[in-house]
Design a protein around this ligand. Structure first.
Ligand code: DNO
Length: 401
């Protein structure tokens, strides 16, 4: 088995039920306690209650197990290095201990300031009628200049791009504007409230004096305290790359490239300081070599997100079918086959992998999902990835025997 097939479930409010996930063939549940405010403790009772819910029907059918936390969110005050950070870090450490006590030992988190992933259109229609997540750099500038009206906005872009954005904006309809606004202010995954322009402005202002070096130092400060606890508890921390892996709205972002990752892992070398290998986020930047990253950080990859972005000449990208686009997932899964053999020899379990995002299609087109997290699109992604993994396994075993 190359991967432990897993599926992100948003909890009791997710329109997709556990029994549907079972039908999709996944066995690992990727979950978070979204009801607990960022910064508050995840108690053993709350964690256990969620485990009981996930495992409730296990006696009657294919067992499901909560195998990865996505995410245990990091409080903004930790990212900003505020005075109360030690207190918040201690709570974070206690949540790690509690998760370990309940047997959940892989934790995905990110260190993106203010926002999580960002797209300028969460419903980009593809030629075949399904919709995908899409990012256009000029639309981000349009949002920044004409909708958010951030005072410092012009300093973040070069004059040529500002001119192009002006031109593009002159053809925008009201509908284009509201879709752009809705897409950017989209609720963070699992968050039902979403952002307002005001909230976003305040969030951005808090980073006025925090540059990349400072943010990086704050990340290392956090890791120096959290990783020893994780190591002691046998918990693998898996940082999620920035998505997209570059600065947005002038915010610093420090988890987007090979050198960013090298810095993070050499500053805190324990192997529990690891990575969520997200081919979609890392692959959005053309200078990221997904194959090299996989081989370089093999020992640190604790969780895998598979999807493929397709970069266009104008700097935009969209999320392609899983086996198309720029990621080259077939070749990467071939490497994962070798990795899984090495892991097996070391007595390690298969890496948890989830099909990341999916197109909205067929009967799902009119339904309400978290963007990227539809049932049929992800089912299709998972089925395609499973097909590749089993073909590779079959061929390799035949060839080697
Ligand atoms: C997007 C997800 C991210 C991820 C967080 C992890 O679909 O991959 O939102 O969950 O960044 O903290």
């Amino acid at each position: 088995m190359i991967f432990e097939e897993s599926w992100r479930w948003y909890g009791p409010h997710d329109p997709i039920s556990l029994s549907q996930i079972r039908q999709a063939g996944a066995s690992g549940i990727v979950n978070a306690l979204h009801q607990i405010p960022v910064g508050a403790l995840w108690s053993v009772e709350e964690i256990q209650r969620r485990i009981d819910l996930i495992e409730k029907e296990n006696s009657t059918s294919t067992p499901l197990k909560w195998i990865v936390v996505e995410s245990l969110p990091v409080h903004e005050d930790i990212k900003q290095g505020r005075e109360n950070r030690d207190e918040l870090i201690e709570i974070y450490c206690q949540s790690i201990r509690n998760l370990a006590r309940c047997g959940v030992r892989v934790i995905c988190y990110n260190f993106m300031p203010v926002l999580d992933w960002l797209r300028t259109n969460v419903r980009k229609e593809l030629p075949n009628g399904s919709t995908a997540l899409y990012f256009h750099p000029l639309d981000l500038i349009i949002f920044d200049l004409y909708i958010l009206k951030r005072p410092e906005a012009t300093k973040s872009y070069d004059a040529v791009d500002i001119k192009k954005a002006q031109e593009r904006y002159s053809n925008f309809t009201d509908q284009d504007i509201s879709l752009l606004k809705e897409s950017i202010l989209m609720a963070l995954p699992g968050d039902v409230k979403g952002f307002t322009l005001e909230k976003l402005k305040l969030g951005l202002e808090a980073y006025a004096d925090i540059d990349e070096n400072q943010l990086r130092a704050n990340l290392i400060y956090f890791l120096e305290r959290v990783i020893p606890v994780a190591a002691q508890e046998g918990v693998c921390m898996a940082i999620h790359p920035d998505d997209p892996p570059w600065s947005v709205f002038g915010l610093p972002r420090v988890v987007g490239s090979q050198s960013d990752l090298e810095y993070i892992f050499s500053a805190v070398p324990d192997v529990h300081n690891g990575l969520t290998y997200c081919t979609g986020s890392l692959g959005a930047h053309q200078s990221n070599d997904l194959k090299a990253l996989l081989l370089n950080f093999e020992e640190r990859i604790h969780f895998v997100h598979l999807r493929s972005t397709q970069r266009n000449k104008d700097g935009s990208f969209f999320e392609a079918n899983h086996l198309e686009g720029d990621a080259g997932l077939v070749e990467l899964i071939t490497i994962f086959y070798e990795i899984s053999n090495r892991r097996q020899k070391q007595g390690k379990t298969a890496l948890p992998m989830r099909p990341d995002h999916g197109h909205q299609m067929l009967d799902d087109l009119d339904k309400q999902y978290y963007p990227g997290y539809s049932a049929i699109g992800r089912l299709k992604g998972l089925a395609e990835l499973r097909g590749v993994a089993s073909a590779i396994t079959h061929l390799k075993q035949q060839y080697n025997s």
